[in-house]
Write a protein that binds this ligand. Structure first.
Ligand code: FAD
Length: 466
């Protein structure tokens, strides 16, 4: 062992990057190892934090000290059996200590209602993503981590089997900084139009990015690892997207009351079973259908005045723009530019089959209030007739939050190559694969913290051995 100071470089200042940097600094201090830790962030300080900064950051935990007993099984079910059991077992085991560690840095958790619906239990850091970023940046700096903003990581410099540096562009200049180990935490590829098109087909490049921080995640770290021969994992045809109000200037202006009415396209026809599940079970598919299948990539949620009688309905709407309202369906159709004749026919056909006992209606769970099974597409829950003016419409488009395809890692957050770790190279968070089919609800931030923290500790142990 030499007494030379070792260099650890972390790429990206979201939940995963901050967890890696801070846990590495703490582990180095505990071990008495001299490590210079540098966190590279592409955005300026005022915008840094990627998706995490804009995320409410719900975490799939029954409380800060536990996950549900079914957690691992639920994860494997969400991945349609393609997920790595060992990865999710490590996630389950490390989630409580990770939450305690976050709390030790001044963040408290609470357990608010999630939009309108029940569902798996989730905790939320008070203040959401912005509070996490602010607290952990402060803690990381206090622990000696150097953060370089507007510093764009471009490539890993190879040395033997492992790495020796990271090529960066800073203030327009290309240079290389020394790195005996590195943690890649630069998010998915949703901000890269060419990659979106390659993996999701024509038109994917125009999909709206759900928050201002989403655009920085352009697949750079995935490409950098691939150039070193890293294995890949996750579903390259998978993305997490949600329906939002295109009129809004807010970040993530989701409108999640669509299950309680119907959704029509510009021609006035329904496209899918609006009541096919709780919103977190339907929003990914619906928003993709809107973007890839609907004429002009826009649809309209149509409800009546009973929307306003749903307790706390505003929790499910993050658009600041009021809905379009009209006293007649014809007038509503005119205001939103939908074919009025077809809309009238669609609603008449729907109303004729939405004849279940409306007293069963319960917005907070799948209430079983289905339309008669001759309705096509079906409406499996919350099927109340639309009869009570004023009639209400929200335009909806699909917006992407993150992609699933990414780097293959093992439960120690080590980047894999031909089934073995690349020495000194780690990855965590959205940049890693592991999700297939549909995103397990409220797991993205949790796994960013858990595996970021593991990566920081593992990298420190690697450098202590080197
Ligand atoms: C509106 C919204 C709501 C969400 N709600 C939830 C939720 O409730 N629960 C949940 O689990 N998930 C949620 N998500 C998803 C979740 O927030 C993210 O998947 C997670 O925070 C990703 O963390 P990360 O650290 O991997 O990446 P990010 O937080 O995205 O950080 C990546 C960082 O890398 C930087 N970067 C990128 N390329 C480079 C480069 N070449 N060089 C240097 N830096 C680079 C970026 O600028 C960014 O700061 C939500 C996302 C959004 C946008």
């Amino acid at each position: 062992m030499t007494d030379r100071t070792k260099h650890l470089v972390i790429v990206g200042q979201g939940a995963a990057g901050l967890a890696a940097a801070l846990s590495a600094a703490e582990a180095a201090r505990e071990r008495g190892t001299s490590i210079q830790i540098t966190l590279l962030e592409k955005a300026g300080e005022d915008e840094a934090g990627g998706n995490t900064r804009w995320s409410p950051s719900y975490m799939r935990m029954a409380g800060p000290d536990r996950v549900e007993p079914t957690f691992v099984g639920d994860m494997l079910a969400a991945t349609q059996g393609r997920g790595d059991r060992a990865y999710f077992e490590r996630l389950a085991a490390e989630a409580p200590p990770a939450a305690a560690w976050i709390s030790s840095h001044g963040i408290e958790f609470h357990q608010p209602v999630y939009y309108l619906a029940k569902g798996p239990p989730r905790i939320q850091p008070v203040g959401g993503g912005p509070a996490i970023i602010a607290a952990l940046v402060q803690a990381a700096k206090a622990a000696g981590v150097a953060i370089r903003y507007r510093c764009d990581a471009r490539a890993l410099v190879r040395a033997g089997n492992g790495i020796a540096g990271v090529e960066i562009v800073e203030h327009g200049e290309t240079s290389t900084i020394a790195a005996d180990a590195a943690v890649l935490t630069s998010g998915g590829f949703q901000g890269n139009g060419a990659m979106m098109r390659e993996h999701f087909g024509a038109g994917a490049e125009s999909m709206k990015l759900i928050s201002p921080g989403t655009r920085f995640n352009t697949g750079d770290g995935i490409r950098m690892a691939a150039e070193l021969g890293a294995g890949m994992s996750g579903d390259w045809a998978g993305m997490h997207s949600e329906p939002i109000d295109p009129r809004s200037g807010n970040s993530a202006p989701v409108v999640l009351v669509y299950p309680y009415g119907i959704v029509v396209d510009r021609t006035g026809r329904r496209m899918f079973d609006e009541g096919g599940g709780l919103v977190h079970e339907t929003w990914e598919k619906f928003s993709r259908d809107i973007h890839f299948d609907a004429p002009s990539r826009e649809v309209y949620a149509i409800l009546d005045s009973r929307l306003f009688a749903i307790a706390d309905y505003g929790r499910a709407i993050r658009s600041e723009v009021p809905p379009v309202q009209a006293d007649t369906l014809e007038e509503l159709a005119g205001k939103i530019g939908v074919d009025a004749k077809n809309l009238a026919q669609t609603i008449a056909a729907y109303n004729a089959l939405a004849v279940g006992d409306a007293a069963r209606f319960d917005a907070t769970l799948c209430d079983g209030l289905a339309a008669a099974d001759t309705l096509q597409p079906p409406k499996s829950n919350w099927a109340r007739a639309i009869t009570e003016p004023p009639f209400v419409a929200y335009p909806l488009i699909g917006a992407i939050a993150y992609t699933f395809g990414g780097i293959a890692t093992n439960p120690n957050a080590e980047v894999q190559r031909d089934g073995a770790p690349i020495p000194g190279l780690y990855a965590a968070g959205e940049i890693t694969g592991h999700f297939y089919g549909t995103a397990p609800n409220a797991v993205s931030v949790l796994r960013a913290f858990v595996f970021g923290r593991i990566a920081g500790r593992e990298a420190t142990a690697f450098l202590a051995r080197a």
